[in-house]
Design a protein around this ligand. Structure first.
Ligand code: G3P
Ligand code: CA
Length: 243
């Protein structure tokens, strides 16, 4: 993992400039110099880990219905790019394994679990990570902290992160209540400040605020001293950090 801070983490790839959670979006984030990517996962009916933000196909593909009610063969050829721009027609929903093949080792992959699917997602995800032997550069996060607690208990080697909504206060104190080792906090950038950061640093926690897109907010997060910034515009953030 990169050693300079904050690292640039492309939200759903480079979601501001390419169709979110597609290989094209992740490739653009890498091209723009991102040191990490964030993505969202759901489970298909036949147990494949599909990379998509919504539980349904309707918003970002030419299909419809719940991902968990479809088999992978019903999803794999859907168009996940045209809704964003004709230039991306033909982009597909990737499997998690395809994203891991694209992203070089050493870059952070932040996998956000959107739904536990009654424990099936945890099992599938851990089996996949064991298969590809990639624990060092992976952080699994979720708004569902029971999922995070369960994953960490099942696999102590896994790095886990807690996602917090916009009105959450005292994330550092809260993290201790889970009684598992938390690697990172993923707060909404508007409810996180320098005081929180000092507490996080004392506890050795990485902090990856989301979804930070404006220069003034980049500045605020950098001053606070965060570890990484999750942004829809990795190129914009990279340029800002480099100037
Ligand atoms: O992981 C940070 C951020 O992606 C959480 O919100 O809705 O964009 O998945 P959302
Ligand atoms: Ca997400």
């Amino acid at each position: 993992m990169s050693k300079h801070f904050p690292i640039v983490i492309g939200h759903r790839g480079a979601a501001g400039e390419a169709p979110e959670n597609t290989l094209g979006s992740f490739a653009l984030a890498l091209k723009q110099g991102a040191e990490g990517i964030e993505l969202d996962v759901h489970l298909t009916k036949d147990g494949k880990i599909a990379v998509c933000h919504d539980p349904t196909l309707d918003r970002t593909t030419n299909g419809s219905g719940l991902i968990c009610e479809k088999s992978w063969s019903e999803i794999e050829f859907l168009d996940a790019g045209s809704w964003f721009s004709e230039a991306y027609a033909g982009e597909r929903i990737p499997l998690l394994s395809e994203v891991f093949e694209l992203v070089p080792k050493g870059m952070l992959i932040n996998v956000e679990v959107k739904n536990a699917y009654e424990g099936r997602m945890e099992k599938a995800l851990l089996a996949f990570l064991h298969e590809v032997k990639r624990f060092d550069d992976v952080v699994v996060s979720s708004f569902d902290h029971k999922v995070i607690q369960g994953l960490k208990r099942a696999e102590p080697e896994l790095k886990v992160g807690l996602l917090f909504g916009a009105n959450f206060i005292e994330p550092v104190a809260y993290a201790k209540l889970l009684e598992v080792e938390v690697y990172s906090l993923h707060p909404h950038h508007r409810s996180f400040d320098q005081a929180d950061m000092s507490l996080a640093r004392t506890d050795g926690l990485a902090v990856y605020p989301y979804t930070v897109n404006e220069i003034s907010d980049y500045q605020r997060m950098i001053i606070a001293g965060v570890t990484g910034i999750i942004t829809d515009f990795p190129g914009r953030l990279k340029t800002y950090l480099d100037t």
